[in-house]
Ligand binder design. Sequence first.
Ligand SMILES: *[C@@H]1O[C@H](CO)[C@@H](O)[C@H](O)[C@H]1NC(C)=O
Ligand SMILES: *[C@@H]1O[C@H](CO)[C@@H](O)[C@H](O)[C@H]1NC(C)=O
Length: 459
Amino acid sequence: MKGFSVALTTLLLAHSPILSSALKCGIKGITEPCLADTDPHYDESIGYAFKDQDAFWAALEGLYVIESATEYDALTGEKITSFTPGLFPDDGSLGTYDRSNNKGFVNNTVAGSRFYTREYRIATHNSDQSVPIPMPALILPADAFYTSTFEKDGTARLLGTNAGFQTAFTAKTENNTVAPVSGNTLLGTEKFVANVDGVDITIETYQTVYCFDETCSKSNSYRETYTINPVTGAKDSTGFSKATLRKVEEQEWFETMNQVFTETNLPDTALTPALDSPYFKKPFDPAATNPKAPECFGGVCPSEEDWRTYDPEYGTSPYVEPPGVLTGGFIAIVSVASILIALAIFYVVYKRGVERREARLKEAVMGSIAKQMGMTTNRELSPDELEEMFNSIDADRNGNLSREEIKELVTKAGMVEMSERDYDILIASIDLDGNGTLSFAEFCAFYASIPVQDNFNDA
Ligand SMILES: *[C@@H]1O[C@H](CO)[C@@H](O)[C@H](O)[C@H]1NC(C)=O
Ligand SMILES: *[C@@H]1O[C@H](CO)[C@@H](O)[C@H](O)[C@H]1NC(C)=O
C-alpha cells in the first residue's frame, strides 16, 4: 500500500487539471477521423510550398525565351507597330517603337511558398526619328511576386508587381490570385485600383499561361487589361497581349539575350544624356564571363518584411481541427465497460459497508495467509489507468461522480440490489468532503483504501 500511496500523491498533484482536456480527433476506433483526412486545408503534412501543393509549379519554373510577344490595340484589335513612350517629347523627333513580334526573357522561380516571375520585353525602334541619333531599343521590365495561400491548393496570391523600372516596392492590399488549372494552365484575374493623374481607376486583368507539355517546354501566355470608369462603371479594354515562350537552359538564355541586346541596339551606357535612362540601355552584360541578371528586373525587390505580410509561413492558419468527436461504436463500448468497472468497485464497497464484519474477518484471514506464505499481493494501477477508469464512470464528464451516476451504473448492470440506505453508507464512506459527490481525489483515496485482496477476489 505504501507504494501505491506515493503513486497516488504524485497522481493527484500532476493529473487533476487533465480531466477536462479535449479529445483528439483521429484516434483509431475511438474518435471520428480528423478533417485533415479529407480536407487539405487542415492537413499539416502538406506545407505551404507550391511544388508540394500542385505539380504544375515545378513545370512552370525555369528560364524562358519569349520567341514572340505582341501587343494589340484595344479598339481595332490590330498589332501595335507604332508606339511612342511617355518619356519621349511630343514632337515625334525621337520616333516610335514596334510592339509586335518582340523578343523577351523570363525567369520563373518557385521557392517554397514564394513565386516570382521576372520578364524583359524588348521593343525595337522603327528608325523613324528625325534627330541624328541612332535610337536604341526600349527595354520593358515586369516583375510579379506571389506567395502561397492558406488554402494549400496551389493558389498563389499576388504580393505586388513592378511594371517598368520602379524606385519603390509597394505590397498590394487586394486579394488577387492566380491558380493552376487542369495541370497545364495558370489562370488568374486581378483587380486593383491605380491612381492615374489624381483619379482612382480600377484596373482588371485577365491572364493565362498555357503549357503545351508536362515540362512546359513550350507555352503561350495571354493578357487582357480593362479599366473601369469610376463614375459610370463602364469597362474599357486597354489592349491585350500574346506571347509564345520556349524553355531554355541558362547558357542559351544568356546567349540569346546577348544576341537580342546587340541586334536591337541596346548600348552598355547611354548614347546621349537625353537617353540616359534604364529603358534605353542594357540592364547588365549577358556576355560577361559569369553573367548575372538583376535579382528583380524592374529594379526594386520586395523586402523580407514585404514577403511576410502574405507568406502563410509567417501567419496563423485559419484552419484548426475542431476537438475530437467520439465515434458511435466507442460510446457503446465505453458505457458497457464503465458499467462493469463501476459495478466491480461498488460491489466491493457495498459488501464492506453492509457486511463490514464479514469483510474484516475475511481481510484478516487473507492477510494472515498471505503473510504466512510470504506472498505479496500488492497491485498498483498506474495514474493513467486510474484516471481512465474515473473518466469512464463520469458519464457527464464534469469531473465529479454524482450519486445519480453511481446509482444509474449499478442499476443498469443489474447484478446487485442496493437500497437507498446502502447508497447512503457507500457514499458516506467515500465522500471525504461531504459535498455529496465523488471527486477524482476522493475516488483515488477510496481506491487506495480498498484492501488489495478485495481488489483481486471480489472485483
Ligand atoms: C482570397 O481569395 C480567395 C479566392 O477567392 C479566397 O478563397 C480567400 O479566402 C481570400 N482570402 C482573403 C484573406 O480574403
Ligand atoms: C533566376 O532567379 C533565381 C531566383 O532569384 C536566381 O537564383 C537565378 O540565378 C536566376 N537565373 C538567372 C539565369 O538569372
